[in-house]
Design a protein around this ligand. Sequence first.
Ligand code: ZN
Length: 304
Amino acid sequence: MYKITQIVNRAGVPSPWRREVGCGESYVDLTNPALKGVRVIRPPKATSKDVSRIVYDSDGHPIRLAPPIFTDEEFDQLQDRLKQNAKYGARKGTRGSGKQLSRFLGVIQCGNCQANIYKHVTKKKRKDGTTRSTSRLRCSSYTKEPCGAPSFDPDEMYGALADTVLDELGDYEVIHREYARGAENLARVTELQGSIKHYMDGLVPGGAFAVGGFIQKQAEEALQKLGAELSGIDPESTQDSWHYRSIGVTYREHWSNLGIDQMEKDLLRGGITFLVHTDHCDLLIPDDVKQRLVVKDDYFKNLK
Ligand SMILES: [Zn+2]
C-alpha cells in the first residue's frame, strides 16, 4: 500500500485534499466498487470505514457508467489481498532488516549457546535482473560474536520440530481451566436456610403453622422440600474454585485444526524448547508440562 502511494505521488496524481495521497485514501479508493465501472452510493450514516454500495436498477443489475477498470474477478482478488494484508501485514518482519518472521521464536534455541534462532533472508540479484531470496536459520549470536553454530534450512528445521512435537505431545489432551463461581450457590443456601427457619419457627407448638389440618401439612411438606434441596447442595460448590476439564481433543487434532501458529503458542506456554545441535536436536519438555499446557481462559475478562 505504501508503495502504491509512492508511485501515485511521484506521478503527481492529485488527491482530493490537495496533498500527497496517503495509505488510507488509497485503501478507500481500492475498496470502492466504482472501480468496476458501476454507479455507487454512500450508505446512510456511513463512516470513512464503510464501503460504498453498488446501485442496482429495477432488474437487479448494477448500473454501468463507464468501462470497468477492474473486472469483477480482479476486484474480488484485490479485496482478498487487501484484507489479507490488513490482517497479516504486507510483509512480515522488520522492514529492510533482512529478517522475516521467525517461527517458534523462544522455542528453537541454539545448542551451542542457548540463544534464540532467527530466520535471515538474503536477497541476491541475478544477472537477468530477477532476485533470488534464500532463508537460513541462524543463532542470534551470529550478529555479535558468532558461537560457531552452523545455519539451518528453515523448512527442514520447522518440519523436524513439528514431527518431534507431534510424537511427544500429540496424544496429550487439551485441558481447559474454568472458574466456577460459588456465589450463586451460596446465595441459594442462605435463602434456603432462611426459609427453613421460617417454617420451623411456625411449626413449633403455638407457632403460626402449628394449627393442624391443611395448613400444617403444607408447611411440613414445604419444610421437607427445602431441607432436601439444601442437603443436595455440595458445600464445596458454594466456594469459588477452578475446574479442569478436557475438551475431548488431543493436541494432534488441535494443531491440525488450528495450524502451526497455535502450535507455536502452545509450545511457548508449555515452556518447551528445541535445542538445535549440529548433528541432532533435543526437544526439552519440562516435568510439569501438563500443568503448563492447561488453557487458562481469562474468566474475569468476560465479567466486565
Ligand atoms: Zn549459538
